[in-house]
Design a protein around this ligand. Sequence first.
Ligand SMILES: *[C@@H]1O[C@H](CO)[C@@H](O)[C@H](O)[C@H]1NC(C)=O
Ligand SMILES: *[C@@H]1O[C@H](CO)[C@@H](O)[C@H](O)[C@H]1NC(C)=O
Ligand SMILES: *[C@@H]1O[C@H](CO)[C@@H](O)[C@H](O)[C@H]1NC(C)=O
Length: 411
Amino acid sequence: MEKDGGDRDNAALVTLIVMLLIMAMGVSSASSASAAAASSQLRRNLLANGLGLTPPMGWNSWNHFHCKIDEKVIKATADALVSTGLSKLGYTYVNIDDCWAEISRDHEGNLAPNKATFPSGIKALADYVHSKGLKLGIYADAGYFTCSKTMPGSLGHEEQDAKTFAAWGIDYLKYDNCYNDESKPTVRFPVMTRALMKAGRPIFYSLCEWGEMHPATWGANVGNSWRTTGDISDTWESMVSRADMNEVYAEFARPGGWNDPDMLEVGNGGMTKNEYIVHFSMWAISKAPLLLGCNVGNITKETMEIIANKEVISVNQDPLGVQAKKVRLQGNREVWAGPLSGYRVALLLVNRSRKRVSFTAHWDDIGIPANSVVEARDLWEHKTLKARFVGNLTATLDSHACKMYVLKPVG
Ligand SMILES: *[C@@H]1O[C@H](CO)[C@@H](O)[C@H](O)[C@H]1NC(C)=O
Ligand SMILES: *[C@@H]1O[C@H](CO)[C@@H](O)[C@H](O)[C@H]1NC(C)=O
Ligand SMILES: *[C@@H]1O[C@H](CO)[C@@H](O)[C@H](O)[C@H]1NC(C)=O
């Protein structure tokens, strides 16, 4: 009896704690004062690095170079981000992915840069990247090995590795999930959070848990972004499926913590220009990290036109930090919309079909009062439409094409 009652009390307590945690993690947007207090306390205890107030922008080595990286590629990319003007648009993180270290730790147990490919060491590289006004990101893994299995993981070495990264001047850590000990990511990933906090240097912490345990529901107190999906590949199907999986968690994105549908493939050659425009538009309106995945060293004019679209970038970087949602689906026609600062709305119409049709976005779907007169700025045509719109806006799009607008009520 006694024991049963105790168990029931424990169960009730656990339920209460779980509910509080869920509230604190922002499931309930109408959060009570106590949930807000619990949330800020959690953030103090775990992640309080003040980073990622808007989605991070930059480049990552993986999508184009995979394991074929060295310090020359990283430096050339930093140079190219500056010479192309991309860094001025906000692309400032230069992120090294897997394959930068020796397979064994050094005699003091530290991660050791690969002697053949990174002979000058990571500290020198960070100094170089910083001298260009950019930031350096690195990659590690919450397991025994990284995914390439060419370097050790950080499981059990979190504090030591976080200290190493901080000492080198690292600004961003992508933390992967391969070869782990099968303990839960909700256990393994916060160990690195605490280690980074303890190491003392603000380092953007990107959880690469692949979306398996729904990190959107717990990531905000652990990292600055969390992957909601497995790896992207350079195809239309892969790209739109990442966008779809990521959209489900829109409510969880906020300044300081973002859903991450993986890095950009724009410029890698597997999609058409229109498809890459859809890709970039979906990532931008979804408040996804804008991490280029192409070779910035030989970028084409066509790719530049897409990734250097300031108007689309400013939707992504809007200070309100609200991720857009799909507000209407009609077969293969999709309407995505989300609020922007200044009572504006970002609108994306996507034609996922192979046929040409026209479709209409209705004010009541996108959160604009029914009678509002709206001015529409076309972000890919760089034109403010002459017509004013009331109640709806209609467009006709080619197959796998999109239209992206900022709507501004004017009366
Ligand atoms: C850029 O260089 C890469 C090799 O790193 C090559 O695969 C690609 O085709 C080149 N792209 C262009 C547009 O020249
Ligand atoms: C989608 O593209 C196809 C093929 O070009 C076209 O027939 C259809 O009208 C387009 N749909 C929309 C909504 O514009
Ligand atoms: C769009 O709104 C106009 C009024 O501004 C209305 O006449 C028209 O029927 C609407 N179109 C659709 C497709 O709802």
